[in-house]
Design a protein around this ligand. Structure first.
Ligand code: 0A1
Ligand code: ZN
Length: 896
């Protein structure tokens, strides 16, 4: 099929092949002599044979290690190498194994295992990085007790950290020193961590409910200490929240967060020693936007919550990844919602989460990388840290909460941790615990069918239809569910789908709901639990034809199809008590207008896709004093090009781009006076605070400024661009400053150039801000093909580096993954650029390359000439010899 020889063809790992390990490792004693060029690792372990299995050789995983010594019970032992594995035969039932290896952290550009970032040592072991530090049974069901001694030059590496408690430290000859750490909890190797370097810490002591004191530390480079307040506050909030909501306390004397600027992902939950991408730690009002503040809160929460959901109870194997990730995303989403003082802010957070799911996970579930929340096979596990495992996994957990209720769910969580503390378990174990704690619930009744959410990939479609019977005064909602085939799964069985429903009367008021068989009507919302391919629900005592509000709060991760009239959508937008569906009504109206314009036979008809009724409705939203600014901003933001494209059978990305730009121009010009008013009313001048209310005001003011600059572009007006430049200069915080810059850049105004230059000059020493500077330019709307040449130029900028993942993402991903109107060029130059960068990055950092490789996942939906050109580019990547397993898996799946 492609140009590799059969031997080098990577093999798929299958879930059904799971077997318990042949050996257990009870204790691990590691001693590191840290040196960037050559670090020496002494590993002394106590192992014993798994008594449940027949004896077999010990096979330890390794990757890019130099092996110097193998001793079994203190004696030289014979061993052999089979590919990357160290194999030892004829071992006793229990024994001590001593291994001595070296590795080269400074040369580690993959950022897996032990690596150096800005003269500091860090580790990343999830999923399979520990084998790059020492030979090991590198799988999550092997849990051991760790003792770690770090030795290094004291002047260069004054801070030496590892998991657990510091039990000893002292001086060594030749200006070296050591620190010894003992982790009181058994853990799998993927949770191991060490850090060594010149760092400083913000510290805070907190007292838990039981009176116990804990030390919290946030370690950063010395110039960044003034950017750690928010991360620390988020950590304190996380500790308090997990104890209050789920009764889960902090179980360690000391909990540390360390930030590094070179990191493949967001952050990592190593026991007691979380390692973070600086992007999710560092913030002050001058350098970080409101979105940064809110991401830091979620990611700090996420990693902290893993301390229970991941560390205390971990995954049996990597197919169960969503056991910890889906649950922990659900927990961090709930945390952020619970921190909102007002219900409207909770709804805003829910809408934002659903937007991520629908723009990133739905396409994944419909594309070549579609996989179940609990996958059946993988070639490279790093490719499965996906929006399906994380965000769809969280929706599955959320549906369980809907089916058992909030209290019932908390009971289920308690039972899960009681039952499985200290174990490595499966998604089945989790679902069983939630059901067992709620024996009378719908979940318990439907558990085997509910678990199809774990096994079947693809987004279910739910076609709904309503019929009003005036004579009977009944309203019948019927549903038909279906799910398209996904790779390896041609047929799907029906899912359990909890559908939250409400009905609005002709005056817009919510009707009491009375299903056949109910004695008295319920007020408000009702959860209908669908289990069959088709079913019906009839509501009684309905006086006039209602407007149904279906899937309130997005109660299930499905595509809801309902043939709403424009008038019905306008009624929902104006009156629904469910904020999610209010927002959704506006999205549906915009989406419908976009699709009609895209499919219009004559190109000219796409010039004004939005009708006056839509614009009038948006005007009313903007002027409504009863609505929050944050909510208005969401309603007035059009669906993304990616989301619009997902609704089409065949996609002409240029047409999608033109139509959406035309809609933006209409919103800008049509609501000009309202935008002026919105800006003046919401521009803040007081002290900065990142709370939801004030960040919502800034978001709306920012959107207004964007539209005002866009309108000015059409009319040639110089007033608003001038005001925007002034705002850019005067802004007291990064959010306002960046929004102003964004408004100038995205409207393509001539003043953008000087603002960009000034921005770079002010922030040249702030790496995370320079990332924003790159990203804004590479992600700007394309006008006549101008973005690709700009991107190429940005890659020549002295601040650009391919080796730093954040920087590579800021330019290359902002263009390839987030700027479809600029990537999909009729001359195919965007695809050529993409393929060259994938190949170039693959030699440096396969994980980052494989993420980039996914930018063309949806190539088969493209119209010609894009389709053939994109396919050719993917084939060029696939044909490259020596491709990493990571990238190889992505491109071969894309071509399958
Ligand atoms: N478990 C982490 C995510 C993570 C996964 C792999 C990594 O390797 C580069 C790093 C981090 C989380 O969910 O936050
Ligand atoms: Zn996680």
């Amino acid at each position: 099929m492609h140009l590799r020889d059969a031997q080098a063809e990577p093999v798929a790992i299958r879930r059904e092949d799971y077997r318990a390990p042949a050996y257990w490792i009870d204790t691990v004693d590691l001693t590191f002599d840290l040196d960037p060029a050559k670090t020496r690792v002494l590993n002394r372990m106590r192992l014993r044979r798994n008594p449940d299995l027949a004896p077999e050789p010990l096979r330890l995983d390794g990757d890019e290690l130099n092996l110097a010594r193998v001793l079994v019970d203190g004696q030289g032992a014979s061993f052999r190498m089979e590919a990357d594995q160290l194999v030892i035969d004829n071992l006793p039932e229990a024994f001590e194994l001593e291994l001595f290896t070296t590795c080269a952290p400074a040369k580690n550009t993959k950022l897996m295992g032990l690596f150096v970032s800005e003269d500091t040592f860090f580790t990343q072991c999830e999923a399979e990085g520990f084998r790059r530090i020492t030979y090991f049974l590198d799988r999550p069901d092997v849990m051991a007790s760790y003792t770690v001694t770090l030795r290094a030059a004291k002047s260069a590496y004054p801070v030496l950290l590892s998991n657990g408690n510091l039990v000893e430290q002292g001086e060594l000859p030749d200006g070296r020193h050591f620190a010894k750490w003992v982790d009181p909890f058994r853990k799998p190797s993927y949770l191991f961590a060490l850090v060594a370097g010149k760092l400083v810490a913000r510290e805070q002591r907190i007292r838990a409910r039981n009176g116990k004191e804990h030390l919290l530390q946030v370690y950063v480079r010395s110039g960044d200490l003034d950017k750690t307040e928010h991360a620390m506050a988020s950590l304190v909030n996380s500790v308090t929240w997990d104890e209050a909501r789920f009764g889960l306390p902090l179980d360690l004397d000391r909990f540390m967060i360390v930030a590094t600027s070179d990191f493949n992902m967001g952050a990592m939950e190593n026991k007691g020693l979380n390692i973070f991408n600086t992007k999710y730690v560092l913030a002050n009002q001058a350098t970080a936007t409101d979105a940064d503040y809110s991401n830091i809160e979620s990611v700090v929460g996420h990693e902290y919550f893993h301390n229970w959901s991941g560390d205390r109870v971990t995954c049996r194997d990597w197919f169960q990844l969503s056991l910890k990730e889906g649950l922990t995303v659900f927990r961090d989403q709930e945390f952020s919602q619970d921190l909102c003082a007002e219900p409207s802010a909770r709804a805003v957070k829910r809408i934002e989460d659903v937007r991520v799911l629908r723009t990133a996970q739905f396409p994944e579930d419909a594309g070549p990388m579609a996989h179940p929340v609990r996958p059946d096979s993988y070639i490279e596990i790093s490719n499965f840290y996906t929006v399906t495992i994380y965000e769809k996994g969280a929706e599955v957990v959320r549906m369980m909460q809907t089916l058992v209720g909030r209290q019932g769910f908390a009971r289920g969580i308690t039972l899960y941790f009681e039952r499985h503390d200290g174990q490595a378990v499966t998604c089945d174990d989790f679902a069983q615990a939630i059901a067992d704690a709620n024996p009378d619930s719908e979940l318990a009744r439907l558990l085997p069918q509910f678990k199809r959410w774990y096994g079947q990939a693809g987004t279910p479609r739910l076609a709904a239809h309503g019929v009003y019977d005036a004579a009977q005064r009944t309203y019948t909602l019927s549903f038909v569910q279906s799910c398209l085939p996904t790779p390896g799964q041609p047929f799907k069985e029906p899912f359990v789908i909890p559908v939250n429903v409400g009905l609005l009367g002709p005056d817009g008021r919510e009707l009491p709901l009375q299903l056949a068989g109910d004695e008295a009507p319920d007020a408000g919302t009702r959860t209908l639990v669908l289990t069959r391919a088709g079913e019906q629900f009839t509501f009684a005592n309905v006086d006039a034809e209602p407007v149904p509000s279906i899937l309130r709060g997005f109660s299930a991760p499905v595509i809801l199809e309902y043939d709403y009239s424009d008038a019905q959508l306008l009624a929902l937008l104006a009156h629904d008590t469910d904020p999610f569906n209010r927002w959704e009504a506006a999205q549906r109206l915009a989406l419908r207008a976009a699709i009609q314009a895209i499919q219009a036979p004559i190109a000219g008809t796409s010039e004004a896709p939005l009708d006056e009724a839509y614009l009038e409705a948006m005007r009313r939203v903007l002027r409504d004093p009863g609505l929050d600014a944050a909510f208005k901003e969401l309603v007035l933001t059009l669906p993304s090009e990616t989301y619009i494209a997902e609704q089409l059978e065949m996609v002409d990305p240029q047409r999608v781009h033109l139509v959406r730009e035309a809609m933006r121009a209409q919103l800008a010009g049509g609501l000009f006076a309202d935008w002026e008013q919105a800006y003046e009313e919401h521009r803040e001048t007081g002290p900065y605070s990142p709370d939801p209310r004030s960040s919502g005001r800034r978001a709306l003011a920012g959107l207004a400024l964007s539209y005002l600059c866009l309108a000015a572009r059409a009319t040639g007006d110089a007033v608003w661009p001038g005001k925007t430049l002034q705002r850019f200069k005067d802004a007291g915080n990064m959010t306002d400053r960046f929004n102003a810059l964004h408004a100038l850049v995205s409207s393509g105004h001539a003043l953008a150039a000087q603002a960009l230059a000034r921005f770079h000059a002010i922030f040249k020493d702030e790496a995370l801000v320079i990332d924003k500077w790159f990203s804004l330019q590479a992600g700007a709307p394309d006008r006549g093909g101008d973005i690709l040449p700009l991107v190429k130029q940005l890659m020549k900028h002295p601040d650009f580096s391919l080796k730093n993942p954040n920087r590579a993402r800021s330019v290359i991903f902002s263009y390839c993954n987030a700027n479809p109107g600029a990537l999909h060029r009729p001359d195919a130059a965007g695809y050529v650029f993409w393929s060259e960068r994938v190949i170039e990055l693959d030699a440096i950092n396969p994980q980052v390359a494989a993420r980039l490789a996914r930018a063309l996942d949806r190539w088969s939906k493209l119209a010609e000439p894009y389709r053939s050109a994109a396919r050719e580019a993917i084939m060029r990547v696939a044909a490259k010899p020596d491709l990493s397993k990571d990238t190889h898996e992505v491109v071969t799946r894309a071509l399958a």
